[in-house]
Design a protein around this ligand. Structure first.
Ligand code: G1P
Length: 295
C-alpha cells in the first residue's frame, strides 16, 4: 500500500446542455437542480471530499457561471446571516465550500463529447492520476463510491472504473465492460464498449460514471476519433489505454440515481428525502395519502 501516486484532483465535467430537462435547464444548469435541498453537484463534490480529494476541477461551458458562484462565498448572504445570528446556516454554508485555491474552472468550448471534456482538464490535472465524477449520477451507499475506489486503488494502482449490473436490455444506454479475474471488491477489465448495439454487450456491468485514471489518457484523447453518437468518447480512449495499462472494475454495491433522466431525478429526491429524519415522517404520510388517492 501507499506506493501508488496519490489521487489528489477530481474532474467534474459540467458543460452538458441538459436538453432532457428543458425548460428547467434553459437558464439553470442541470447540475444546479436540487435534490431535497442541495444542488446535484454538491452531492458529487461531497463524494469526492469524502474520498480525500484536495482539488476540484470543473469543466464548464457557456451559461454555467452560476456553478462558479455556488462554490464561492456569498458575502451579502453570509453578512446578513451573521447579523441575524443564524449559526446553523453559517456552518452549513462553510461545510459546503472547498478551501480557497482548491477549485479550478476551465471551459469546454464545443460539446464534442465526454472524452473531449476530460481532455480539456489536462493542463490543470497535469502528470498525475485523477478522479473523474460525472455529475448526472448520484449515489447512496454505506461507503461513497469514490471512497471505495480510492481504497481499491491503494492496493491495485492503475486505472479504476466503477461498475454496476444492469438489465441486459438496458446495456445499450451505457459503457459496458468485459469481466476478467477477481481483484479486491472488483475484477480485471478485459474490454470496454460504449453504447453497444443490442445483444452485443460483453457483460451487463455498466460504467456508472466514476473513474480513477492515469494521466496517459490525455495524449490518447487528444487524437481520439469520434465514436458512438458522433462524439469523442472517453470509453474509446480508455480501451486504447487498456492495451498498455491495467484497468480494474470496482463493483459499487450502493444505489445510483441517474439524475440526467426525469425518473432517476425524482427517485433521487424521494430516496434522499426518506433518508432524512427531519422530513421523512411527513413525506411518508404524504405518499400514503397520494397512493390511496390514486387507487
Ligand atoms: C457516459 C459514459 C458511459 C457511462 C455513462 C454513465 O455516457 O460515456 O460510458 O456508462 O456516462 O452515466 P452518457 O450518459 O454521457 O451518454
Amino acid at each position: 500500500m501507499g506506493q501508488h501516486k496519490k489521487v489528489r484532483k477530481a474532474v467534474f465535467p459540467v458543460a452538458g446542455l441538459g436538453t432532457r430537462f428543458l425548460p428547467a435547464t434553459k437558464a439553470v444548469p442541470k447540475e444546479m437542480l436540487t435534490v431535497v435541498d442541495k444542488p446535484i453537484i454538491q452531492y458529487v463534490v461531497d463524494e469526492a471530499m469524502e474520498a480525500g480529494i484536495e482539488h476540484f476541477v470543473f469543466v464548464t461551458g457557456r451559461s454555467k457561471h452560476v456553478i462558479e458562484d455556488y462554490f464561492d462565498i456569498q458575502f451579502e448572504l453570509e453578512h446578513t446571516l451573521r447579523e441575524r445570528n443564524k449559526k446553523a446556516e453559517i456552518t452549513l454554508l462553510s461545510q459546503q465550500l472547498p478551501k480557497a485555491g482548491t477549485v479550478s474552472f476551465t471551459r469546454q468550448q464545443e460539446p464534442l463529447g465526454l472524452g473531449h471534456a476530460v481532455w480539456c482538464a489536462r493542463e490543470i490535472v497535469g502528470d498525475e492520476p485523477f478522479a473523474l465524477l460525472l455529475p448526472d449520477m448520484i449515489m447512496r451507499g454505506e461507503k461513497g463510491c469514490m471512497k471505495g475506489m480510492i481504497d481499491l486503488y491503494a492496493h491495485s494502482g492503475g486505472n479504476i472504473v466503477a461498475v454496476e449490473e444492469c438489465e441486459p436490455e438496458q446495456a445499450h444506454k451505457y459503457g459496458i465492460v468485459g469481466v476478467g479475474d477477481a481483484i479486491g471488491e472488483g475484477f480485471r477489465i478485459t474490454s470496454m464498449v460504449e453504447k453497444p448495439a443490442k445483444g452485443t454487450a460483453p457483460s451487463n456491468f455498466f460504467i456508472n460514471g466514476r473513474y480513477i485514471l492515469q494521466p496517459e489518457i490525455f495524449a490518447i484523447l487528444e487524437n481520439q476519433e469520434r465514436g458512438a453518437g458522433n462524439e469523442i468518447q472517453l470509453t474509446d480512449g480508455m480501451l486504447k489505454l487498456l492495451r498498455d495499462q491495467d484497468f480494474a472494475g470496482y463493483h459499487f454495491r450502493g444505489t445510483t440515481y441517474d439524475c440526467g433522466a426525469k425518473d432517476g431525478f425524482i427517485l433521487a429526491n424521494v430516496a434522499f428525502a426518506l433518508a432524512r429524519a427531519d422530513i421523512r415522517p411527513s413525506i411518508e404520510e404524504g405518499f400514503k395519502a397520494l397512493l390511496a388517492g390514486l387507487k
